[in-house]
Design a protein around this ligand. Structure first.
Ligand SMILES: [Zn+2]
Length: 277
C-alpha cells in the first residue's frame, strides 16, 4: 500500500485534518504545529487530539508529520533566537505526546555566516537540551536545498548533526525530493547512487518520511521552489520510480506542492495509480 498525503491547515483542529485527509484519499498528512511564520502555539485540545488518533488507527494511517515553524532557527547567531527555538521545541514536543507516533519535522536552520561547523554544533546542542528519554515523538531533520546559509543540504551535514545527538533513538530524517535535487543529488538519473550515498552516510534505516515535491529549478540550483508532481524538472517518471523503489516504498510520502484540496486529490490519485501493488 502507498502511504501518501499532503500538507493540511490545522486551523479547524486535529480531527478535521484527519477527515479532510480521508476525503482526498490520503492516509497520512502534515500540519504546522503553529503558524509557520509565527510564534504562539494554540492551546492543546487533548480530546480533539485523541479523536484524530482514533481516526488514524481506524483507517490504518501511516505516521503523520508535525512540522515545526519556519521561524525556528536552532543555529542562529542571536542567543535570543536560539532561546526561542528551544522554547518552541520544548512546547511542541510536550504537546505532541498527545499524538503518539507522530513525527516532528525540523529544519536544521541557517548558520547566518557563522559557518557550517558552528551551525551543526548549535543544532545538536538544541536537540540535546530538548529531547527527553520518555518522549513518544521521533524528531526528523529535513534535508535542505542549500539556499543561503542553510545547514543540512548534504547527507554529511545531516549525519554530523545526528552523530552528536545523545538520544539517538529519538532521531530520524525526512528527505525532501525537491530539496535534495536542488542540492545536487540526481534522483532523476542516479537514484541508486543517491540512495547508496544516503545509506553509507546516514543509514536508510533512519529515513522515516519523504516530502514528495517536484522542483521548479534544475539540479544543483540550490533554490527551494516546489511544484506539482510531474510539472517540474524532476518529472513524473522519476517521482514514480521513487515511490516504487524497494527501499522507499514503505515510507509515508507527503506532498508540499502548490494548490488546494482538489489539486492534492488529483496528485494522490495519480501516484496511487502509479504505485505497483
Ligand atoms: Zn520543511
Amino acid at each position: 500500500m502507498l502511504y501518501i498525503g499532503c500538507h493540511l491547515s490545522s486551523s479547524k483542529g486535529y480531527k478535521h485534518m484527519g477527515q479532510e485527509a480521508l476525503s482526498i484519499g490520503a492516509n497520512t498528512f502534515q500540519f504546522f504545529t503553529r503558524n509557520p511564520r509565527g510564534s504562539k502555539a494554540k492551546k492543546m485540545d487533548i480530546q480533539d487530539a485523541q479523536a484524530l488518533v482514533d481516526l488514524t488507527r481506524q483507517h490504518g494511517f501511516a505516521p503523520i508529520i508535525a512540522h515545526a515553524p519556519y521561524t525556528l532557527n536552532p543555529c542562529a547567531a542571536d542567543p535570543q533566537v536560539r532561546e526561542f527555538a528551544h522554547l518552541v521545541m520544548g512546547e511542541d514536543l510536550a504537546n505532541l505526546d498527545y499524538l503518539p507516533g507522530v513525527l516532528y519535522n525540523v529544519h536544521p536552520g541557517n548558520h547566518v555566516g557563522q559557518g557550517v561547523e558552528t551551525g551543526i554544533q548549535l543544532v545538536a546542542e538544541l536537540l540535546n537540551t530538548s529531547l527527553r528519554p520518555q518522549q513518544h515523538t521521533l524528531v526528523l531533520l529535513e534535508t535542505m536545498s542549500g539556499k543561503g546559509t542553510e545547514v543540512g543540504s548534504s547527507f554529511e551535514e545531516i549525519a554530523a548533526i545526528l552523530d552528536r545527538v545523545e538520544l539517538q533513538d529519538k532521531m530520524g530524517v525526512c528527505l525532501d525530493t525537491c530539496h535534495i535535487y536542488a542540492a545536487g543529488y540526481d534522483i532523476v538519473n542516479d537514484l541508486e547512487d543517491v540512495l547508496e550515498s544516503f545509506d553509507k552516510t546516514i543509514g536508510l534505516s533512519r529515513l522515516k518520511a519523504v516530502h514528495l515535491n517536484d522542483s521548479l529549478n534544475p539540479l544543483a540550483s540550490r533554490k527551494d521552489r516546489h511544484t506539482n508532481i510531474g510539472q517540474g524538472t524532476i518529472g513524473l517518471e522519476a517521482m514514480v520510480n521513487f515511490i516504487n523503489h524497494p527501499r522507499l516504498r514503505h515510507l509515508p510520502f507527503c506532498l508540499e506542492t502548490p494548490g488546494d484540496l482538489t489539486v492534492y486529490a488529483e496528485e494522490i490519485r495519480l501516484l496511487k495509480d502509479a504505485f505497483q501493488a
